[in-house]
Design a protein around this ligand. Structure first.
Ligand SMILES: [Zn+2]
Ligand SMILES: [Zn+2]
Length: 366
């Protein structure tokens, strides 16, 4: 598509605070060198957006939420833009993009912790009237700023399989990297939401000898078994002597963190990633930590390599795991406000197709 056919504005569902959204037309930005404009084909609703509108996580508003999405490049700034592998992107290319946008220059970026860049911007977390208005996926178009990571989507990967990669799957890649090698390890996954289900698949794929999952939701436990869990049950049902080498907490529940710590065997490692809103403190016995040589670490968001690794994983395992079956049939963007509630049953993500209404208009004026 050449620039002559570009619309002048994007159609967005702006979050205006509380549980309120408003349909707005927002001017498309002038692209700086290295930037791109993409049309958003599908955006999935991550649980943290639901936290935001329920007041559990602060966010600037009005602003465009949505940080799990897939789209197509429409236009590029001077000099073009490149994907993670350094390949020059072309109009029409399918891409996903990272949650974090970093400067690449500060001490944290240089230390390899770009997710905590001192000038960090976040996809779907910026004010509409700020320098990055079109930052979110709940819009017909998104401005892909310099410093964002773009990963090409292989033809074999559907939109529904691709969109959650940008938050859930990539975060799990960072979590599993922090957990260390998984081959022949007994792994405990606390929480069987989107991240927990991905964690089951990764642990299985990397040769874990057992994958234990704990969640209160029986439908999700069944799903966990389909994605590789060898034992999936409600918390508190651990057999006596239950022990694991690796524990990953994706639930954020204090009780789950305590039980997982208790289950760690000698030289065990625990990775915490679910505790993303304030909660009660957890008691960890330092003597046990010392004598059992335990490691406890935290992961928040991810680095660019994890986004590429997550896309590669979904592509590689697409015939083993039905990634797109975890995403409900998409709804038009105008229904976004009704989708802002935790998914139920076997669905782990609701989704919207932001361009659907615009396409509908074109059909009316052939
Ligand atoms: Zn998310
Ligand atoms: Zn930086």
């Amino acid at each position: 598509m050449d620039t002559q056919t570009l619309p002048l504005t994007a159609s967005v569902q702006a979050w205006t605070g509380g549980s309120h959204f408003q349909n707005l037309a927002v001017n498309l930005p002038a692209l700086a060198p290295g930037e791109a404009l993409a049309a958003v084909d599908l955006a999935t609703v991550c649980g943290s957006d639901i936290h935001t509108i329920s007041g559990r996580r602060p966010g600037p508003h009005p602003g465009i939420l949505g940080h799990e999405a897939v789209g197509r490049i429409l236009s590029l700034g001077d000099g073009g833009a490149r994907d993670f592998h350094g390949r020059e992107l072309q109009p029409g290319d399918r891409v996903i993009w990272s949650v974090t946008v970093s400067c690449g220059q500060c001490a944290r970026c240089r230390a390899g912790v770009t997710a905590k860049c001192v000038e960090l911007l976040k996809t779907g977390h910026e004010p509409l009237d700020g320098p990055w208005g079109l930052s979110g996926g709940y819009a017909s178009h998104i401005h892909l700023r310099r410093g964002i990571t773009m990963v090409s989507v292989p033809d074999l990967v559907t939109d529904a399989a691709a969109a959650p990669v940008a938050c859930a799957t990539a975060t799990v890649m960072a979590v599993m990297e922090a957990a260390g090698p998984l081959a022949r390890k007994r792994v405990l996954v606390s929480g069987a939401g989107m991240l927990g289900i991905v964690a089951c698949a990764v642990a299985t794929h990397r040769g874990a000898s057992a994958v234990h999952v704990r969640d209160i939701n029986t439908e999700r436990l069944a799903l966990a078994r389909e994605f590789g869990a060898t034992d999936a049950t409600a918390p508190g049902n651990d057999p006596s002597g239950f022990s694991v080498d690796i524990a990953v907490d994706l639930s954020g529940a204090a009780q789950a963190v305590e039980s997982a710590f208790e289950a760690l065997d000698i030289a065990g490692r625990m990775v915490l990633a679910g505790s993303v809103s304030p909660g009660p403190a957890v008691a960890l016995d330092p003597e046990r930590m010392v004598r059992s040589l335990l490691t406890v670490t935290g992961v928040h968001n991810y680095e660019p390599r994890h986004l590429q690794e997550a896309m590669d994983f979904v592509k590689e395992t697409r015939d083993i795991y039905h990634w797109d079956a975890l995403v409900e049939e998409p709804r038009p963007l105008s229904e976004l406000q009704f989708l802002m509630q935790p998914p139920s049953g076997r669905s782990l993500r609701k989704s919207v197709t932001p361009l659907q209404e615009q396409r509908g208009e074109h059909h009316d004026h052939p």
